[in-house]
Structure formats: C-alpha cells, structure tokens
Design a binder for this molecule. Structure first.
Ligand SMILES: Cc1cc2nc3c(=O)[nH]c(=O)nc-3n(C[C@H](O)[C@H](O)[C@H](O)COP(=O)(O)OP(=O)(O)OC[C@H]3O[C@@H](n4cnc5c(N)ncnc54)[C@H](O)[C@@H]3O)c2cc1C
Length: 420
C-alpha cells in the first residue's frame, strides 16, 4: 500500500489528504499541534472566508506573489469545485460582498470538522503532537521523514507546513527548513497583509477610527507604489484595514530592499475633484460664517479626526469661518485630498495574515506540485512562494495546491523505494 506523509494539518495538508485518498493511497498527516487546522479556525475572524467567486484568470490576478503558478492547480480544483465539495460534506456556503464565500453557519470550525471527519472516515491517519524534524534521505533519495526521533518510511512526502505568519498556530517556517534539506531555494520570506507603523504620532489619537470610501496611494520618494480604494483603519501605532493590508506587500518589500522614505497619501474625499471640494468648503464656511473654524467641520469629518485636521491645516482654530482666506481654504482642500503619513515600519509575523516568499516556484512543477529537485517530494500551500490579497484567495490556493499535491503524491509509485 502506498503511504504518503503530509507534513502539517492546515488547509493545504487536509486537502492534500483528500487528494491522496482519491488515488487509493494512505495519507498520514503529521501535525505538531494537538489539533488540526488551528489557523483555519481563526480565518475570516472565525468565519472562514474559504474562497472567492472570481473566474480563474481574475482570481490569479489577486496574487501579487506568483499567481500564474496557480493556473494548473486552480483549473484542477477550482473555487466552484471547492464549494461543491463542501456542499457534499454538508457545509453549505454563502456569498458576501466582493464575491467572498463563507460557510452558511459562519463557523470556521465546521470547515475543519467536516474535512477531518471525511478524511478519517476514508482511512487517513493523523499523528498529533508530532513535529516532523527532517526529511529522511539516503544517497540523495527520499525515503520518508524523521519525526519525534523516529524514522518513518513513505512512498512520497508532501510539505504543507505553512509559512511564518501567526506562529502561535504552528506555522514557524519548518517547511522552508525541510525544503532546504532537499536542496530547494527559499525566496526571502517577509510578512504581508500586515499593519503599518507611522512616524506621525497623532494616529494614536484616532485609533479605532475606520474610514470608508477613501483612496490611499503609496509613494517611495516620488514613485507611486500602488493605490487602493476602500476601507482603512487607524491603530495606536499606525494604519491597518483592508486597503492598507493590500498595499502592505509592496510597502514592506520596498522598505526591506530599498529603505524609506515611504509616504502614504489618503484622499478623504476621492469622489470630489479639487474645484468641487473647494466649493464644498466655501459653502460650509459661509453657512457657519460666524462660528469659529474649529466648530465648522462636523459635516466634513468623523469627530475624532477633526482635531488632527485642524492642527495639520495650520489654520487658527478660533478664527471665524468668514475670515478664512482663499489660500487657507486651498491648504485645507489639499490636506483633505492628500493627508500624508510616513511609513517607518510594519508589524511582525505575529500580525501578518500571510507570508510572502518561500519555496521558489521555479523549482516546483505547477502541474503536479512535485519538486524538480527531489523525486517523491511535493509542496502545497503557504510554504510555497505564493501569496494573495484578502478575499478568500489564500485559502483557495492552499486547498487547490493541496489537492493537486495529494493526487500526484498518491499516484507516485517511487519505483526506487521500498513501499510499506
Ligand atoms: C488571522 C488570519 C486570518 C486569515 N483569514 C483568511 C481568510 O479568511 N481567507 C483566506 O483565504 N485566507 C486567510 N488567511 C490566510 C490563510 O489562513 C493561510 O494562507 C492558509 O491557512 C495557509 O494554509 P497552509 O495549510 O499552507 O498553512 P497553515 O494553515 O499555516 O498550516 C500549516 C500546518 O503545519 C503545521 N506544521 C508546521 N510545521 C510542522 C512540522 N515540522 N511538523 C508537523 N506539523 C507542522 C502547523 O502546525 C500548521 O497546522 C488568514 C490568515 C490569518 C493569520
């Protein structure tokens, strides 16, 4: 009987077991935690945004990290096949804003539970609390793995050990170490989808404030790095929220490779051009002409943002609105369209949703997930140098690469090996 070792029981490892079972081989999942899918349980704030409705070509565009590598695995096991699969497992799903799919129950636990029950019923073995320490190689050939001090012989091995993000869930970079043992190149990992730190301390004053429908553009010197429209959030040390997380990849990469300065400019009223905004300010100041400047801004900004805006505009807060000059009004309009923050850093892996970088995809066959360096070795999930934006892309990538790696590893006969 062919036996396949799966290193890691996260999204990719669990779905790899499904693929292995389909090929009538036996998957053995080695999971260092005492339960499976710890990270899966906290995805989508505990609701698990398991995939997205986009067609595959657009789906792939949502991976700033090596999306095209995913074509074969996504066509082999698409988002719609994933949803059908979960429907068969009695986990019906629903679509929300932005094509994001969640279990109807809003419980990530249902996804983990259904997957676990399915693979166990079909004959998968699970070794809990068992960390895979190294690959078992003899004369350059893969024999199996070493875990808990023991050597275990396997026909093939799938590394699905995740990246470095949220290390408390078990993803501590072991996949990279194992891949290195086989001779693989690791593209320098870095945290992505991560909150950013700003030089400006005033952000702490507005922490918790969410801004909707704003445009944020990032610059390295004068070069535009990217621009996103949507929702952002202030934290006690900087900025976060969906559009900041999306921009974080290019910002972190630039900070790491080229250094600063990196600025983000927030357009608080992107629907208005400068003239329209100026006209709006003019109307506000004439409506409240007798009020002091500091008391005229309620209709323009959320309450907590008013004080920082007043300070940054440099206009005397006690000045009556009718005395505000054209030049001062222009300065305020400019500030509203280009509220600037300096990015000086980013949060650690503890707060990064995904890890960019990882096992170089150049050394992995995208149509099988097999290593091009060591026969019988396969990769799946975030251990690979792939990373997507938020929206269900990362989990679908883990599921699709996991399933394909499982099928391929399950079919692999490893003629040179002794099967158990
Ligand atoms: C807070 C948060 C929310 C997220 N929300 C979403 C979302 O809603 N939608 C989405 O698409 N993506 C989301 N993601 C990203 C997504 O969870 C990951 O991309 C995905 O889980 C990666 O799956 P994986 O199986 O490759 O790795 P992981 O889920 O990290 O699983 C790896 C497993 O391997 C085990 N392991 C590691 N080393 C060893 C070893 N040596 N021996 C044995 N076991 C080992 C670990 O314990 C772990 O269980 C979120 C991430 C975070 C952190």
């Amino acid at each position: 009987m062919k036996k396949v070792a799966i290193v890691g029981g996260g999204a990719a490892g669990l779905m790899a077991a499904v693929g292995v079972l389909e090929k009538e081989a036996v998957p053995v999942i080695f999971e260092k935690n005492r339960r499976l899918g710890l990270k899966l349980l906290i995805t989508g704030k505990g609701r698990c945004n398991l995939t997205n409705d986009l067609e595959i070509p657009e789906f792939v565009e949502n991976f700033p990290g090596n999306g095209t590598f995913l074509y074969s695995s996504l066509y082999n096991f698409s988002n719609h096949q994933l949803l059908d699969f979960f429907a068969e497992l009695n986990v019906p799903t629903k679509m929300e804003r932005g094509g994001r799919f969640f279990p109807e129950s809003d419980k990530a636990g249902d996804v983990v539970g259904a997957l676990t029950d399915y693979i166990v019923k079909k004959g998968a073995q699970i070794k809990y609390n068992t960390r895979v320490e190294q690959l078992w190689l003899e004369k350059g050939k893969l024999q199996g793995i070493k875990a808990g001090g023991n050597f275990y012989r396997f026909t093939s091995v799938i590394i699905a050990a995740g990246g470095l993000s949220y290390p408390k869930t078990g993803s501590t970079g072991d996949g990279y170490k194992l891949a290195r043992e086989a001779g693989h190149t690791i593209v320098d990992p870095f945290p992505s989808l991560v909150p950013l730190k700003t030089k400006e301390k005033w952000v702490a004053q507005v922490q918790g404030l969410t801004l909707k429908n704003v445009q944020v553009t990032a610059f390295w010197h004068d070069k535009e790095l990217g621009s996103e429209f949507g929702e952002m959030l202030f934290t006690h040390f900087g900025v976060s929220g969906p559009i900041i997380l999306s921009l974080s990849r290019t910002i972190v990469q630039t900070l790491k490779t080229k250094g600063g300065p990196i600025k983000i400019r927030i357009n608080l009223k992107p629907a208005l051009d400068f003239a329209q905004l100026d006209a709006r300010l003019q109307r506000v100041f004439s409506e409240f002409s007798k009020k002091q400047y500091k008391n005229t801004l309620d209709s323009l900004f959320p309450k907590s943002l008013i004080e920082p805006i007043i300070l940054l505009s440099g206009i005397d807060p006690h000045k009556p609105a009718h005395q505000i000059s054209k030049e001062e009004r222009s300065r305020l309009a400019n500030l509203i369209q280009s509220l600037e923050l300096t990015i000086i850093g980013f949060s650690s892996y503890d707060e990064a949703i995904v890890t960019a970088g990882g096992v170089s995809v150049k050394e992995v066959d995208p149509s099988t997930m097999e290593s091009k360096i060591l026969k019988g070795l396969f990769f799946a999930g975030e251990t690979l140098d792939i990373d997507g934006y938020t929206g269900g892309y990362n989990l679908q990538a883990a599921f699709s690469t996991g399933y394909l790696a499982g099928q391929s590893a399950g079919e692999y006969t490893g003629a040179h090996m002794h099967n158990i």
